[in-house]
Design a protein around this ligand. Structure first.
Ligand code: SF4
Ligand code: SF4
Length: 226
């Protein structure tokens, strides 16, 4: 299968996120607390015991492009964002291995003066889904987030094959830092490629084994001619 280009996938990702965000806003957010009048704005993004937002490689690239293009941040502020991401990786010991979803952190994309830096163009699915609801029954169903994330996974596979993973957001930011040398990402790509090959070879072996078992079964069930 030929791979899609990253640029084409980014366009599809943007369309997907916009449509998901619009449907959540129209159907559910009227029942949620208004973030503009929140007494603890940003508490939901900076609570290091609660936030474990994971993103994919394509989403990390979308965030990087959004940050690079925004006129709302100076060059120094853009640099500071990646510095905050590195500090979060160190401070909360964020890793690309093990049970990454148990790792929590304060999100480096939240800036008190501006709010979420990627609110309009590159917000992760759990953040689109999240709002403060007084009643549980008003929450959007988890299936909406699962569907959006499934499509995000498909887009990543189309562009990168096996060379990506769901990782804590600050960690991905450090891997795609436009001022970095990309060495850490290269190491992970080699690891994901090796794992992808291993999984493929295991599944080929499994398929071959099934074929042999089926053939043996057929042979065993041949009628005995006396
Ligand atoms: S999601 Fe909740 S905590 Fe976060 S800014 Fe909105 S109202 Fe405040
Ligand atoms: S990506 Fe935006 S909404 Fe999500 S946790 Fe970070 S600052 Fe908050």
């Amino acid at each position: 299968m030929s791979r899609s280009t990253e640029a084409a996938a980014l366009t599809k990702l943007q369309r997907l996120k916009t449509s998901y965000q619009t449907s959540i806003r129209r159907a559910y957010e009227h029942a949620a607390e208004d973030c503009r009048t929140c007494r603890t704005p940003g508490a939901c993004c900076l609570d290091a015991h609660f936030v474990n937002v994971h993103i994919t490689r394509l989403e990390a690239v979308a965030i990087r492009e959004t940050i690079e293009r925004t006129p709302r941040l100076s060059e120094d502020e853009k640099r500071a964002l990646y510095l905050r991401a590195r500090q979060a990786v160190r401070r909360y010991s964020l890793r690309a291995s093990g049970d990454t979803f148990s790792q929590t952190f304060a999100c480096p994309l939240y800036v008190p003066r501006l709010g979420c830096l990627v609110h309009r163009r590159a917000k992760p699915a759990p953040c689109i889904q999240h709002a403060c609801y007084a009643n549980w029954e008003d929450l959007p169903p988890d299936s909406l987030q699962a569907r959006a994330e499934h499509r995000v996974e498909e887009l990543n596979r189309e562009v990168y094959g096996a060379e990506w993973a769901w990782l804590p957001l600050p960690l991905w930011l450090t891997l795609v830092d436009p001022r970095g040398d990309g060495a850490e990402l290269e190491i992970l790509i080699r690891e994901w490629t090796r794992r992808g090959r291993q999984q493929k070879s295991n599944s080929n072996h499994h398929a071959r084994r099934k074929k042999i078992d089926a053939r043996n079964k057929k042979v065993r069930s041949l009628p005995v001619i006396s």
